[in-house]
Ligand binder design. Structure first.
Ligand SMILES: Nc1ncnc2c1ncn2[C@@H]1O[C@H](COP(=O)(O)OP(=O)(O)OP(=O)(O)O)[C@@H](O)[C@H]1O
Ligand SMILES: [Mg+2]
Length: 512
């Protein structure tokens, strides 16, 4: 048998109060795509950070071998020299630089002592084209959406000609079409001999791409399976230690009964990114009733996030149209006003808008509700705050030693839960959820769905933006598909099919 490209033996990694990995074994064969699966906090990201030299040799116990030889990575560069490129969940792009500058960061083509800008431009264009990314290379990265940033990171790693490409939830922000493109690239790279470690919570993807699957649970390696011998229920069972049957527990017709009042009415809304710019959202109309889940789908860039951010008061310049919130005009609100009037947004970009990572979980949870805990003289009622925090901390099952743990040390999915908790603590009547289950494991997804059901049962209204059609169809009472900033089609639950929704997303509402 040939020597594996990479092996780890008895890996144990501790953080204060947490054992993230305990005695993990893992073997990576040459040329395979090897998926890592496990619940939020299972230790997946920690494991690949060890492989990538992000947690240096000496900060963990156990042995790492590359090509059969013991390896000690003291810094990221050591892992890169061994041919291992790790793309983490946190973006490593520089917002202020251009797309091309980011691709060639630290290794720009030079002529003499100067950066060869023309050459850089030319190579960037070729690379972007190769990857099907229609972006001018001089675009500043700060103007990119979360999905485009993700793709750009992958382009950069692919250009480094790494032997092992490690991807931590690369498709979390991508639409289904873009996922297909990415998987196509990975298959092509595999055929050329590149080895890949692939972390994802989307099991259909894992089954479509992986040769083998290793499952982590509570920091231990539970088992490694050949994909052809595995099934989705089996993988889930290993991940959570129990069986899950109903993946979308939305009670159909939950909003039936007497017709409920509209809590949000949007009429002919047109919004530009800024004053003096042309409309990006065009002529959007819809009503949202109490107790209802209204889904919004569409391709990346269709305007779903912008619509939610605008309603919340965090984006855009309104050119025309009217928004009524609980019977009152909602003309140019600030986020603070929106929260006071009962409308709240849980943002998709948790690092930019969602959390203050250096602060404790509890601090983050109550960030949007401080008003509620403020007593006479501006004094904070800390005991009351603590009790509420503890309630949400428990209800969302955040995996951490306690609410005093810093948010930045949480695993990706657990950070997402804190973002949701922060929004829900404001006691809203309208909840805007932008990709609420991104990066969340199967079990925690169920918890989010049950949370949505509880919200609607209490008469709150939910807008759900999701790029996953099964989730959108499984959880919504109605779905509106956006296409290039306008409504591409509206569907009642009885009319949901993947084909119809996709056709509307692509602007062919009547073709299906
Ligand atoms: N820097 C850190 N300091 C303290 N604890 C940490 C740190 N990084 C990770 N942890 C803890 O280690 C455990 C494993 O986290 P890790 O990020 O590896 O999980 P994961 O499997 O990648 O989860 P997810 O699917 O949510 O991304 C978690 O309990 C997490 O809170
Ligand atoms: Mg992770």
């Amino acid at each position: 048998m040939s020597v594996p490209l990479l092996e780890v033996h008895g890996l144990t990694k501790r953080f204060p109060g947490v054992t993230a990995l305990s005695n993990v074994n893992f073997t990576l064969a040459r040329g395979e795509i090897h998926a890592l699966c496990g619940e939020n906090g299972a230790g997946k990201s920690t494991l690949i950070k060890l492989l990538g030299g992000i947690y240096p040799h000496g900060s963990y116990e156990g042995e790492l071998r590359v090509d059969g030889k013991t390896a000690a990575f003291h810094r990221i560069r050591d892992a890169e020299h061994a041919g291992i490129a790790v793309i983490t969940q946190e973006f490593a792009l520089v917002d202020e630089l251009s797309v091309a500058e980011n691709i060639f960061l630290g290794r720009a083509p030079c002529r003499g002592f100067c950066v060869d800008w023309l050459e850089m431009q030319k190579r960037a264009v070729a690379l972007l084209k190769d990857f099907g990314l229609a972006l001018p290379p001089e675009t500043p990265v700060r103007e990119l959406g979360i999905g485009q940033k993700q793709l750009l990171e992958i382009v950069r790693a692919m250009d480094k000609k790494s032997r092992v490409l490690v991807l931590d939830e690369p498709t979390a922000a991508l639409t289904e079409q873009e996922v297909e493109v990415l998987l196509g690239h990975l298959r092509r790279l595999r055929a050329q001999g590149t080895t890949c470690i692939y972390i994802s919570h989307k099991l259909d993807e894992v089954f479509a791409i992986a040769d083998r699957i290793t499952i982590l649970r509570d920091g231990a390696s539970i088992t490694t399976l050949a994909t052809r011998d595995a099934t989705v229920p089996l993988v889930i069972k290993h991940m959570v230690g129990r069986e899950i049957t109903d993946l979308f527990p939305r009670k159909a017709g939950a909003s039936a009964g007497p017709p409920l009042a509209d809590v949000l009415s949007v009429r002919r809304l047109s919004v530009a990114p800024a004053h003096g710019k042309p409309a990006f959202l065009r002529d959007i109309s819809f009503d949202l009733r109490a107790g209802e889940v209204l889904g919004f789908g569409g391709l990346m860039g269709a305007g779903r996030t912008e619509l939610l951010m605008h309603l919340f008061g965090a984006w855009g310049h309104r050119l025309g149209g009217e928004v009524m919130l609980r019977g009152q005009p909602h003309p140019h609100p600030s986020p603070g006003e929106s929260i006071r009037r009962g409308l709240v947004l849980a943002s998709e970009d948790r690092r930019r808008y969602g959390l203050i990572l250096a602060q404790e979980i509890g601090f983050n949870l109550s960030l949007s509700s401080l008003r509620e805990f403020t007593r006479a003289g501006g004094r904070l009622d800390l005991p009351a705050e603590q009790v509420r925090n503890q309630h949400f901390f428990g209800a969302l099952r955040v995996k951490a030693p306690g609410q005093h743990t810093r948010a930045g040390t949480l695993s990706g999915g657990n950070q997402q839960k804190v973002v949701l908790g922060k929004a829900l603590m404001t006691g809203p009547s309208v909840v805007l959820l932008d990709e609420p289950t991104r990066g969340i494991d199967v079990g925690a997804k169920l918890e989010v769905y049950e949370l949505i059901n509880r919200l609607t049962a209490e008469g709150r209204a939910v807008i759900l933006v999701s790029s996953e059609l099964p989730e959108l169809m499984g959880m919504s009472d109605r779905v509106i598909m956006l296409h290039e900033g306008a409504v591409g089609g509206e569907f009642a639950r009885a009319d949901f099919t993947q084909e119809k929704l996709l056709a509307a997303a692509m602007g062919h509402a009547h073709a299906a």
